[in-house]
Design a protein around this ligand. Structure first.
Ligand SMILES: [Zn+2]
Length: 362
C-alpha cells in the first residue's frame, strides 16, 4: 500500500515528510475535507509508513510486504487503534474512549494508546467520524490530547473544522483535504471492477463534486433520478410544494428497512441539497472557479435557480443560499440525533421554502 495508489493529496504527503525528517511530527492531527476524497485511506497509509518494520519511519514509505505492513492493510496491527461511529448510534459512545462501566479507564482508546507499543515504535489511533463526538466523549479524549503518551499518534477525521468542538481543534494540527478533480474521480472509478452504472464514468465524475463516495452512490439509477427530482424542486424555491415530502420519505424507505441505512440516505439527501445551494452561492457571487465542469443536471438546475430569483441581487441570493446551507446542516444533525425522518424532512423542506423566499422561520 505505498503512496502511489493514493489519488491526489501530494501536498499533505510532503507536509508529513518534512515534519518527520525534522522530527516535528505532532501527536494529534485533525483531517478535514469532504467525504469520499481519501482522508481515511491517507491516514491508513501514513500509519503503515510509520509502523513498517522494513523501512525507517523517516522515509515515510511503507514497503507493503513486511508483517507490519500486512497487518495494517488487514486492519489487525496490534499498535493500530481504529474507531468509528457505530451505524446505529448518533454519536461515538463514550465507552469507546474509556471502557464500559465495569472497566472504566482500563479499556478504550484513552487507555490503549498509553500502552507500550507491541511491535512498532509507536501507537497510532485513527478516529473516523470525528463530526460525531459528543461533549462527554470529547472531554474524555481531551486529557489524552493534552498529555499525549510518548510515541503516540492520533488522527481524527471529520468533514470540517466548524463541526468539531473548539477544544479539540485547538489541540490538533489541522490538515485540509480538498475535493478531487473530475479526472481523478474518473480514474478511481475506472479502477473499480464491480462498479455498474447506467451513466458514463465521466458524467458520474462530473456529478460527484470530487467525492468518490458520492460518485458510487450516483451509479445507482434510483439515486441519480432522485437527485434530478430534488434539484428541480429546489430550483422552484418552494420544495415543500405538491407533496414532495412524501417522495423524499419514499426514497428513504426504498433504501432498506434498518434505521442506519435510512439515516445514511437522509444524510446523502442533505449532502445533495448542500451542494446545490453551494453551487447557487457560487453562481450568485460570480465566484465559480474556471475549469470545473459540472454535470448537466446541476448546471441546468443552478441556471433555473438564478433565473427564478428574478429581482434579487447576487448578494441577496447568495445570502439566501447561505441560510439554506445552514438549515441543511441542522437537518443532518437532527438525522444523526435520531429525530423521526418524517418530521425532520417535513420541517426541513418547509423551512427551505420559507428561507428560499426570504421569509423568516416560524
Ligand atoms: Zn513494511
Amino acid at each position: 500500500m505505498p503512496w502511489d495508489d493514493l489519488t491526489g493529496h501530494e501536498d499533505a504527503i510532503d507536509r508529513f515528510r518534512r515534519s518527520i525528517v525534522r522530527n516535528r511530527l505532532a501527536s494529534t492531527y485533525l483531517f478535514v475535507g469532504p467525504a469520499g476524497v481519501g482522508k481515511h485511506t491517507f491516514a491508513l497509509k501514513l500509519a503503515q509508513a510509520l509502523l513498517c518494520s522494513a523501512n525507517p519511519p523517516q522515509e515515510l514509505e511503507a514497503c507493503g510486504n513486511c508483517p507490519s505492513c500486512q497487518q495494517v492493510s488487514a486492519k489487525t496491527h496490534p499498535d493500530l487503534i481504529l474507531i468509528s461511529k457505530p451505524a446505529d448510534k448518533a454519536f461515538i459512545p463514550v465507552e469507546t474512549f474509556i471502557g464500559d462501566r465495569e472497566h472504566r479507564r482500563q479499556r478504550g482508546l484513552c487507555h490503549d494508546i498509553g500502552l507500550k507499543p507491541f511491535m512498532g515504535g509507536r501507537k497510532i489511533a485513527i478516529i473516523d467520524d470525528a463530526d460525531f463526538l459528543n461533549q462527554e466523549s470529547a472531554n474524555c479524549l481531551l486529557k489524552t490530547l493534552e498529555e499525549p503518551p510518548p510515541n503516540s499518534l492520533l488522527m481524527l477525521i471529520g468533514t470540517s473544522e466548524q463541526r468539531q468542538l473548539s477544544t479539540i481543534v485547538s489541540r490538533s494540527q489541522v490538515v485540509r483535504f480538498s475535493a478531487l478533480s473530475n479526472e481523478q474521480v474518473a480514474n478511481l472509478l475506472n479502477r473499480m471492477n464491480d462498479l455498474e452504472s447506467d451513466l458514463p464514468i465521466d458524467e458520474l465524475a462530473a456529478a460527484s463534486n470530487g467525492s468518490v463516495t458520492l460518485a458510487v452512490q450516483l451509479s445507482e439509477s434510483e439515486v441519480c433520478e432522485f437527485r434530478k427530482q430534488l434539484y428541480s424542486y429546489l430550483t422552484e424555491m418552494d420544495p415543500q410544494w405538491n407533496g414532495f415530502t412524501k417522495a423524499v420519505i419514499g426514497f428513504v424507505d426504498a433504501a432498506g428497512k434498518d434505521g442506519a441505512t435510512k439515516r445514511a440516505r437522509l444524510a446523502l439527501i442533505g449532502d445533495l441539497a448542500i451542494e446545490f445551494y453551494r453551487q447557487g452561492f457560487l453562481a450568485a457571487t460570480g465566484s465559480r472557479s474556471e475549469g470545473v465542469v459540472m454535470d448537466a443536471v446541476m448546471a441546468n438546475a443552478v441556471d433555473s435557480f438564478v433565473q427564478n430569483s428574478d429581482g434579487l441581487s447576487g448578494e441577496e441570493l447568495a445570502e439566501r443560499c447561505g441560510v439554506c446551507i445552514h438549515r441543511c446542516g441542522d437537518f443532518q444533525q437532527q438525522i444523526a440525533a435520531n429525530v423521526s425522518p418524517a418530521n425532520a424532512v417535513d420541517a426541513w423542506l418547509r423551512d427551505l421554502s420559507r428561507l428560499g423566499r426570504g421569509l423568516a422561520l416560524v
